[in-house]
Design a protein around this ligand. Structure first.
Ligand code: AMP
Ligand code: ZN
Length: 171
């Protein structure tokens, strides 16, 4: 992927300079119809240190805390200190910062906890399983036999189905 492909305003493909417009959804649609005021947001309070948490890391932009209902040992959350409901709302720069921090945390946590793998998970909207409407990235260390499985091991979609979806996104 070249730098242009990472442009915040558009994706470009190959030499044809084909442009993929980012779709502009209304804020209500983007948040799945749920409006959450900052004042009512538990993660705003945790990020600000107003509600106690098991903090693994903190800087000006982010706090990383242990999840109260861990999927595996060490399951943690990266929480930006500024309130953004989800991935649709978050600025590209913050999103990039989240991924950089995820990489660093994954390395440290894997080593310190003796994990054998790692999942990053990030839910957006109720339908996708988001329960706290303040953007966060799940950091999930994985261990042999931990019993977690998110994806099918065998292909479940036909080539035609995949082609149709590809067309919808790219044309
Ligand atoms: P999601 O379903 O992606 O919105 O994830 C929300 C996560 O936040 C869940 O895994 C919860 O267990 C976790 N959670 C909710 N409240 C707290 C809290 N006060 N401290 C730590 N984790 C929390
Ligand atoms: Zn918030």
């Amino acid at each position: 992927m070249n730098m242009q492909a990472c442009s915040p305003d558009s994706w470009r493909r190959g030499k044809k300079e084909k442009r993929f417009q980012l779709v502009n959804l209304s804020p209500l649609k983007r948040t799945g119809g749920i409006k959450v005021k900052k004042e009512d947001c538990i993660f705003c309070k945790i990020a600000a240190g107003e509600v106690p948490s098991k903090t693994l890391y903190e800087d000006e932009q982010f706090r990383v805390i242990l999840d109260l209902a861990p999927a595996t040992k060490g399951h943690a959350l990266i929480i930006p200190k500024e309130h953004y409901a989800n991935l649709y709302e978050i600025p590209h720069e913050t999103a990039a910062g989240v991924m950089k921090l995820a990489k660093t945390m994954a390395a440290t946590m894997t080593e310190r906890l003796g994990a054998e793998g790692f999942n990053l998970l990030q839910n957006n909207g109720e339908t996708a399983g988001q329960t706290v409407m303040h953007f966060h990235m799940h950091l999930i260390p994985r261990y042999k036999g931990d019993g977690q499985q998110l994806f099918h091991e065998q292909p479940t979609a036909s080539q035609e189905e995949l082609e149709e979806i590809k067309r919808k996104i790219t044309e």
